[in-house]
Design a protein around this ligand. Structure first.
Ligand code: PEP
Ligand code: MG
Length: 326
């Protein structure tokens, strides 16, 4: 198998019926970077900047942040990199940073962009480091845990102030700045058109979106396999998102763990999500599945089941059977 995947490394992912799929990798530390070449990823779809903060003993200094971002961009060369601004709080704890009073529900608490907007100094330092590191090339910035669109505007104002500041002091700036939002809080599912119109790209954080839609803690083993990521309600949410992205011409990626599981990846592509970001080790298996797949037939299979009231674990089983027998 490993040898088979190595052979696929330099092939683009195109399904048997001609659907092109972009396969990106998730990363967060310097040690992940060699995987860019080894996995054949077309870029980094999710760079989790909080990992540098989580392994440090104190807040990393601006220079250390800039150095990491520069190394990432150098390793990526012409390939795109999407940097997510700090996503701390919830399941991502910084031992040296005590989040407000103890929270009863940290996943629903003071985290990610909420914390960034309340402590803009952290965001400003990080954005400045990113802008400097990306001088002369494109910078893609992505905001985690967006719940309402006003948060995007507030973050954008902070980011643009840093752009102005750097240009006033004669620093080189990125050639282009693209600002995206993660869709991982269900409120946005009911504001999809305005979301798609407000940003340059959207990335579905399916780990959190699934956790919040199902009220099921993503880290709790007792309920780990209980709900199906290919259940009709979740698939309808993903399909509506893909359709809204299409209406607005807004690039859409999905960067949660399900992107790296072949059966689920095929379902996502069939629903119209044709850019997937996953752990590097998953790229080979997902690419192998796509190359063999008839996406059009899978789309019909899923659509028919969504219309006829399939029950929760049906669709997963049906796709698996389809893949095994074709
Ligand atoms: C997600 O929530 O799906 C995601 C990609 O982000 P994280 O797993 O880092 O929360
Ligand atoms: Mg998340």
């Amino acid at each position: 198998r490993q040898a088979e995947y190595r052979e696929l490394r330099d092939r683009v992912a195109v399904s048997a019926d001609g659907q092109r799929v972009t396969l990106l990798m998730n990363a967060g530390l310097l040690v992940d970077l060699p995987q860019l070449d080894q996995s054949g990823a077309e870029g980094i779809g999710l760079f989790r900047t909080e990992l540098q903060f989580m392994i440090a003993a104190t807040f990393p200094r601006a220079e250390a942040q800039e150095r990491l971002y520069r190394s990432v961009l150098e390793a990526a060369g012409d390939r795109p990199v999407t940097f997510r601004t700090l996503d701390i709080g919830g399941d991502k704890v910084l031992p040296y940073f005590r989040n407000a009073p103890d929270e009863e529900n940290p996943a629903l608490g003071w985290r990610a962009v909420r914390l960034a907007l309340d402590r803009p100094g952290l965001l400003r330092t990080q954005v400045r480091a990113l802008l400097k590191a990306a001088s002369g090339r494109q910078l893609r910035l992505m905001l985690p845990m967006i719940t309402e669109l006003a948060e995007i505007d507030q973050a954008r104002r902070i980011i643009m102030r840093e752009v102005k500041h750097l240009s006033r002091f004669g620093h080189g700036l990125p050639l282009a700045l693209r600002l995206g939002a993660m869709l991982e809080v269900p409120s946005l599912l009911f504001d999809l058109d305005r979301l798609m119109a407000s940003v340059d790209f959207v990335s579905i954080g399916s780990n959190d979106l699934f956790q919040f839609m199902h009220a099921a803690d993503r880290g709790n083993a007792l309920i780990g396999g209980r709900f199906d990521t290919l259940s009709p309600p979740f698939l309808r949410a993903l399909r509506a998102t893909a359709q809204a992205a299409e209406r607005h011409g807004t690039p859409l990626t999905l960067c949660g763990e399900m992107a790296g599981r072949p059966i689920e990846a095929l379902a996502l592509v069939a629903l119209g999500i044709t850019s997937l970001s996953m752990s590097p080790a998953a790229i080979g298996p997902v690419k192998a599945a796509i190359l063999k797949a008839d996406i059009g037939a899978l789309r019909s299979l899923i659509t028919a089941r969504l219309e006829t009231g399939a029950t929760d674990h049906d669709i997963h089983a049906a796709i698996r059977e389809f893949v095994d027998t074709n």
